[in-house]
Every structure is written in C-alpha cells, then in structure tokens.
Write a protein that binds this ligand. Structure first.
Ligand code: NAD
Length: 313
C-alpha cells in the first residue's frame, strides 16, 4: 500500500487533475487534498480535504502528522500574470510555501517532495529556440524570479540535506476540468471556451507569439512518472525541462477552425505580451527523456479535438 500523500493547492488547474489521478492510482483515502479555498464539487466529493494555508508551517505540520503523510505535492503558487500585480504577495507565497515543505523534508517528517517550476525561469537573454536544460537564466518577472530561486533552493536542500525533491518546468498547460489561474498562457484555454460560446476570441497575445505548451494529461503523466522513478535516475534536482508542443495563437486558431469553420480570432495584446516575449518558443527536454523516459503524447490538433469534445460535454 502506498503511504499517504498531501497535495497543497489541490483546487487549482493542475492540483484538481493531479488529485483525481493520484486517488485513482493509490486510493482516495491515501490522497489528502488541501487548499486555502474549497474546490469544485467533483473534487470535494472524491476524498479527504483539509483547508490549509501553504504559508503556515505549523498548520501543514499538523496535517502531515495527523495523516502520517509521506509525500507532499506543493501546487499552491501565484502565477505569472497575477504576480506582476502583487509582487510581494507572490514572493511571500511562492517562497515561504516552498521553504515550509522543504523544511518538513529536511526534518524527516516527510520523505519526498514534488514542486513545479516553469518555463518562466528563462528570460529575454535565454536562447529562444530549443532552450537547453542548462543555459542563461535571467527571468524578468516576479514569478520567474521566484521559480528560479525555488529551483536553486531545491538543489541546495538535495545536496546539503539529502531532501528527495523532484521538479519539472511545466510549459503552459491546456485543460478543460478547471479554468487556469492567472498565467500568461491562459489564452490557450480561454480560446476553446469562447470558440464554443461565441465563435470568436480576442487574444491578449499577438498572432505570432510562439510558446511551449502541453495538454494536461501529458503534464499529469510526467509528474507521476517523475515521482515514481527510482531516486538514482533523477540527476537534475533543480528542475527538468519538459516539452509537449509549441504553437502561436494563429496556429491555434487554425486548429480550431478545422472543427468550427466560422471561428474568428482578433488580437489585442496587453501587459502579458511582454511576459510572453521574455519566454522561450521551444524547449529541449532531452534530459527528462533520457533519464526517466519522458515522452509527450498530445500535439496541437489532438489537444483541440479533446478540448472541444470535453467542453461540449
Ligand atoms: N498552469 C500552468 O500553465 C503552469 C505552468 C507552469 C508552472 N505551473 C505551476 O504549477 C503549480 C500549480 O499551478 P496551477 O496552474 O494549478 O495554479 P492555480 O492558480 O490554478 O492553482 C493554485 C492553487 O493554489 C491555491 N492557493 C493559493 N494560495 C494558497 C495558500 N496560501 N495556501 C494553500 N493554497 C493556496 C489556490 O487557491 C489554487 O487552488 C504552480 O506552482 C504553478 O506555478 C503552472
């Protein structure tokens, strides 16, 4: 039997689907969902739930002791676009929640940690195409700075204290079960909702802004596969590059038009354009492929098909 797992930030875009997946794999009672707010009905009814603030060490420790938690997945964070509006709140949440979990592992109260990083760790001076695992990283957003610092601390806790922490740099994630939480790639989810509702979409990024993206099923599979891998295979203890597909808003609109022929897209770039311009267009994830067997399954047209089918209901 798998030892109990705690997911912090379980009601968000990734946490919701991760909770469902881990519950189906390890049993609902073995996966404790937690968040600072309640989530969707399906999530709330699927197993144990605790209201928990990720910045409160004592509260997390209580839950860890009560359920004899062995692994923590830390999904609570403030995302890129929102973080630009509330820099200090973002820094406090993103860093303190990570320290809380890393310190629980350092004190041997838990034995494994998953913490997601992001393509936002890269910046305007990073090579944009096929961005390497190790390269120039000068993030220009609050969110990117917090993720890059987080990566450094993860590696530090692994090297100094032997903490088994694992991480991937998620690209923009596309999913239909929950709405995205304030990131720069949110357009790639909103567009499907609007295509079905109105037949048109006004995009907050320019037509040719190419970004790395991934369908949620691939992201969840990558997460579970990384956490399942034997520790000796995990050579990168900061965070692994992870790639699915790359496309521009224009290409996404063309993919949707294959199903909704009258679909129209217009462009009104806002402050998120500058964030997107500082990020890579494509990612080299050969280390993840080589070391723990990562391989994506969904391309843009498959994603479009799944999104439209599931959102139509
Ligand atoms: N979604 C993406 O495209 C993407 C891409 C790269 C990295 N990530 C990373 O993955 C993780 C999860 O992202 P997401 O898209 O699911 O985010 P989200 O915003 O959808 O969900 C975050 C969840 O954290 C919760 N939360 C906020 N403050 C909290 C607190 N103090 N205590 C407990 N919970 C709190 C929120 O209520 C929310 O349910 C984050 O670390 C994010 O940076 C996401």
């Amino acid at each position: 039997m798998h030892k109990p797992i705690l997911i912090i930030g379980a009601c968000g875009q990734i946490g919701t689907e991760l909770t469902f997946e881990l519950r189906s794999k390890y049993g609902a009672e073995n996966v404790i969902a937690s968040d600072i707010r309640e989530g969707g009905e399906a999530l709330m009814q699927s197993g144990p739930f605790e209201l928990l603030d990720a910045t409160n060490y004592a509260a997390i420790e209580d839950v860890v002791m009560h359920y004899e938690i062995d692994e923590v997945y830390l999904m609570a964070a403030m995302l890129s676009a929102t973080a630009e509006k509330f820099p200090m709140r973002a820094w406090n949440l993103n860093m303190n929640s990570l320290f809380n979990v890393l310190n629980l592992a350092k004190e041997k109260k838990i034995s494994k940690v998953f913490w997601p990083s992001s393509i936002a760790v890269f910046g305007p001076n990073t090579p944009k195409q096929n961005t390497p695992q190790s390269t120039v990283m000068e993030p220009s957003t609050v969110y990117g700075i917090s993720k890059q610092s987080g990566e450094r601390w993860c590696e530090y806790y692994y090297k100094k204290y032997g903490v088994d922490v694992r991480s991937v740099r998620y690209p923009g994630l596309i999913s239909w079960k929950t709405m995205p939480g304030g990131g720069t790639t949110d357009y790639a989810v909103e567009i499907y909702h609007e295509a079905l509702k109105k037949g048109s979409y006004e995009c907050f990024l320019d037509s040719d802004t190419e970004l790395p993206m991934m369908y949620m099923d691939d992201a969840i599979r990558a997460t579970v596969s990384l956490m399942d891998s034997p520790a000796e295979k995990i050579k990168v203890r900061s965070s692994y590059n992870l790639a699915g597909m790359n496309f521009t808003p224009k290409q996404m609109a063309e993919s949707i038009a294959k199903h909704i022929s009258a679909f129209k897209i217009s462009y009104a770039p806002d402050f998120r354009q500058e964030i997107a311009d500082s990020w890579p267009s494509s990612i080299d994830d050969s280390a993840a492929r080589k070391e723990w067997g990562w391989e994506p399954r969904f391309d843009l047209d498959q994603t479009t098909q799944e999104m439209l089918k599931n959102l139509k209901g």
